[in-house]
Design a protein around this ligand. Structure first.
Ligand code: GLN
Length: 541
């Protein structure tokens, strides 16, 4: 390896979306990290939004927030969880950002005299972003995922930029991995390679010859099928990798490793073979696949029809489950189901914990409040995240402090008791994109609290994404009635965590701990919540 040359892996997708390109990238990242290389992963999203922050979670899934406050695609969550690297705004580029930059330059006169075009101006900006991520030379390998599928009109400038980049940098420094679908047709009992052939054909028309094919399949691919794909797609048979449906996504790096995908990548990129280590992942996968216990947790939210809206929470429960030798079953309940049912207790009858996740807008709020009241009174473990904390405070204010109709001004701006209110600096903000309290903030954890016991220290640093906060005007009243403040942001004078001391596990946080849980490093709040749910399950035994 020429000492300082960064190696690039571009990952494209074909046939259909939703094949798990983000997880494939994260898994490849894991493989290469296991061989001792420093790896980062970036995502190019061809949509025109500047970031996904303004998109509906029902359509686009969760918005993954980074330490620096960037609101990014949920695939960044997979990257961070798998390769355990803190990412930044530079790890997610959208068409919107690219055009914004190019048009800004045009207005400043930087292209004076030139007609500004997709080639070379837009493609140059994309190429600048391919390398920008490694400007400090921290990484040996940069993996770049291109969102969407080959053939999408909006993806073309990205693929053209990659074509040019590969030519400039040389094949030993840039490879392309194409993720494709090899479907099984039930009626004829056949595995079909044609969709893969067509999507590779499309890629080759654009000028990119893939080096490796990751073939998503339900069944094993025979030697003949592999040879056929190799022949028609112009790759060697050992570069046709079977990406078979896995029981858990965390097994995917091991499935790739068994087929020597890591060796192949290192050979193509002329990387030296070092020593690999997959032991930690093997143990982790074993704990996920063979748990001794199980618990049922209810997640009551308003985007439950698309589980991707709560991706990081689901993954955090897998990590926390592995930590507790327990499988966590999630029972999804639409918040409105709580408000419409006669007996909310019934909905929590068969679970050992309730989690209220983040969310926006007033739909379903009363249902969440009712669910929290039930968990508080019945002493069912309760975990509130962001909006979940705000609802817990509203519930407590109404039903314990006696502040009738207490609310958040987000849902009722004429409430007599605005226990949750906009932060002062938010009051004059009109623009929606990128204007919340975003990113990592540190907090001081109070001695003697459950929070302190869980974190085992006095400080926390967690990621935020919200506009509203606990209103300090009501804090004394809440505390006098029994709310314990678990953590605060001292300088901004903001409540970060609350809990109840007369309840086995009632903890809520204003931040999003699910954004910091990683392979083998379950977030302590999730881990302790699962432990408490297990304890609740066995309360009578
Ligand atoms: N809607 C609430 C706010 O803006 C909570 C946001 C969230 O749960 N992420 O403060």
């Amino acid at each position: 390896m020429t000492e300082k040359e960064t190696k690039h892996i571009f990952v494209t997708g074909g046939v259909i979306s939703g094949l798990g390109k983000g997880i494939a990238c994260a898994s490849i990242g894991y493989l290469l990290k296991s061989w001792g290389f420093k790896v980062t992963i970036q995502k190019f999203d061809p949509y025109i939004n500047i970031d996904p922050g303004t998109m509906s979670p029902c359509q686009h899934g969760e918005v993954f927030v980074l330490d620096d406050g960037a609101e990014t695609d949920l695939d960044l969550g997979h990257y961070e969880r798998f390769i355990d690297v803190d990412m930044s705004a530079d790890n997610n580029t959208t068409t919107g950002q690219v055009y914004n930059e190019v048009i800004g330059r045009e207005r400043r006169g930087d292209y004076l005299g030139a007609t500004v075009q997709i080639i070379p101006h837009v493609t140059d900006e994309i190429k600048r972003r391919i390398v920008k991520i490694n400007r400090d030379r921290l990484f040996d390998i940069v993996i770049t995922e291109v969102g969407g599928t080959v053939g999408d009109i909006e993806g073309l400038p990205f693929l053209e930029a990659i074509r040019q980049f590969r030519l400039e940098k040389g094949h030993e420094n840039c490879i392309n991995i194409h993720l494709t679908l090899v479907p099984y047709i039930e009626t004829s009992g056949e595995i079909k390679t044609k969709p893969t052939q067509h999507s590779v054909m499309r890629l080759r028309e654009i000028g990119i010859q893939p080096d490796i094919l990751l073939c998503r399949t339900k069944y094993n691919l025979s030697e003949d099928i592999r040879k056929k794909i190799a022949l028609f797609c112009n790759v060697s048979p050992n570069a046709v990798i079977e990406a078979i449906d896995a029981g858990t996504i965390y097994e995917i790096p091991l499935i790739y490793h068994k087929q020597k995908l890591d060796h192949l990548i290192m050979k193509l990129l002329r990387l030296p073979l070092k020593k690999s280590n997959y032991e930690q992942l093997e143990k982790f996968v074993d704990r996920i696949k063979n748990p001794s216990n199980e618990v049922d947790i209810c997640i009551c939210g308003k985007y439950t029809q698309l589980h991707d809206a709560y991706k990081s929470i689901i993954e955090s429960f897998i990590h926390a489950g592995a930590d507790n030798d327990t499988h966590v079953n999630i029972k999804w309940v639409e918040s409105e189901e709580f408000s419409n049912c006669d007996d909310p207790e019934e909905l929590l009858d068969d679970v050992e914990g309730l989690l209220i996740p983040g969310g926006f807008g007033d739909r379903g709020i009363e249902g969440k409040i009712l669910a929290i009241r039930t968990a508080r009174e019945k002493k069912i473990p309760f975990f509130g995240i962001c909006l979940g904390l705000q609802c817990a405070v509203i519930e407590f204010a109404r039903n314990v402090c006696g502040l009738k109709d207490a609310n958040s001004t987000e849902f009722d701006d004429s409430t007599p008791y605005p226990v949750i209110d906009l932060m002062e600096e938010q009051k004059c903000i009109l623009e929606k994109g990128g204007t919340m309290r975003l990113g990592a903030y540190s907090g001081e954890i109070s001695d003697g609290t459950k929070a302190h016991k869980i974190y085992g220290r006095n400080k926390l640093s967690e990621r935020h994404r919200h506009r509203y906060e606990v209103n300090n005007l009501y804090l004394e009243k809440l505390v006098d009635s029994g709310i314990v403040v678990g953590a605060v942001h001292k300088k901004l004078c903001l409540v970060e965590m609350v809990e109840l001391s007369d309840h086995p596990w009632f903890v809520a946080c204003q931040f999003h701990p699910e954004l910091k849980s990683r392979i083998g490093k379950a977030h302590p709040l999730f881990s302790d919540f699962v432990r408490a749910a297990l304890e609740y399950k066995h309360r009578d035994s």
